[in-house]
Design a protein around this ligand. Structure first.
Ligand code: HEC
Length: 293
């Protein structure tokens, strides 16, 4: 069984060899509880810490491989076989077999263990912080260093033992309600109906060329990221310039991809997010080695 979340977890954890810190007991208990459940539902808020209001969304998972992640900008649905991702801002969507789908969303990482028991394998280090109350919930924060060196904190709810959310350096995701159940959710809830006028975009199973990727970046980024004016050290004028913000083989771990993806892409600064198709083209190129060809 493949799913958008498994893809996420696999991308995050990569193929690193572990100098592994044993996951803390609280995280193991969280993983076990989610893994034994048949369904999981949460209402979430997404907050960009550098500014902006609370964005609401919902997450529902059901065994096996069914999920729906819905927020202001993106709807991602899978019936276990296909994955549909709708970009609400451009009213475009992709449809792909679950095995091919790539996710741009690290937002729901806290609950990846629902589908993937191994979600927390390979942690390099962790620090448990003192319990604190956020929006009325008593939580313990575990700051984790993942196998790919990405740092993320997970908030375990002290009452239920299940994570209520995550914080990445820039974004706080927190569930306001959570329901873990021994019953599966009706498959009808995971059906996708394209909204009126939505345009379908093709998902390429194979990877894109560097030329295709550079064309996208020149169109949307060159104004602020060129050899003469390379904001944050990124210039899209050359392969070498682009590679400064890429980890070959790991889109989720690449600053460039992270900046254009997720529910609130930071880039292009002040402009409309890239289409789902363009995001997928870039992810595909990175994941297949980010070659200069
Ligand atoms: C209007 C100007 C502007 C445009 C257009 C723009 N950027 Fe940026 N970018 C910036 C500035 C300024 C920074 C410095 C940090 C900040 O302000 O967020 C930055 C920082 C970055 C960073 C490093 C920091 C981070 O967020 O990880 C990356 C990667 C990046 N941009 C990628 C892109 C990509 C890819 C595009 C095109 C899809 C793009 N930018 C378009 C202005 C821009």
């Amino acid at each position: 069984m493949k799913s958008i979340l498994i893809t996420t977890a696999a991308a995050l954890l990569g193929t690193a060899l572990f100098t592994q810190a044993e996951a803390p007991a609280a995280i193991k208990a969280h993983v076990t509880a989610l893994h034994e459940a048949k369904s999981f539902k949460a209402e979430i808020t997404v907050q960009k810490l550098s500014g902006g209001g609370l964005e609401k969304g919902t997450v529902s998972y059901s065994k096996n491989g069914l999920f729906k992640i819905d927020n202001a900008t993106t709807l991602a649905v899978s019936d276990g076989k296909m994955v549909w991702i709708l970009n609400k801002q451009t009213n475009t969507y992709t449809e792909a077999p679950a095995s091919l789908a790539r996710t741009k969303d690290l937002d729901v990482w806290a609950w990846a263990a629902f589908f993937n028991e191994e979600a927390f394998k390979g942690i390099k280090s962790f620090t448990a912080k003192p319990a604190k109350t956020i929006r009325g919930n008593s939580l313990t924060e575990y700051a984790l260093k993942l196998a790919n060196d990405k740092e993320i904190s997970i908030y375990i709810d002290n009452k239920t033992g299940i994570a209520r959310g995550t914080i990445t350096p820039d974004v706080l995701i927190l569930a306001s309600t959570m329901a873990v159940s021994k019953d599966e959710i009706d498959a009808k809830e995971f059906a996708f109906a394209a909204p009126a006028g939505a345009k379908k975009e093709e998902v390429k199973p194979s990877s894109a060329t560097f030329a295709e990727v550079q064309t996208i970046l020149k169109n949307s980024c060159q104004g602020c990221h060129n050899d003469g004016n390379a904001k944050a050290g990124l210039s899209v004028d050359s392969y070498a310039g682009i590679m400064k913000k890429i980890t070959a083989g790991d889109a989720a771990g690449s600053a460039l991809y992270r900046s254009i993806s997720g529910s609130k892409p930071r880039m292009p600064k002040g402009g409309a997010p890239l289409s789902q198709k363009d995001q997928d083209t870039i992810a595909g190129w990175i994941n297949s080695g980010a070659k200069n060809e």
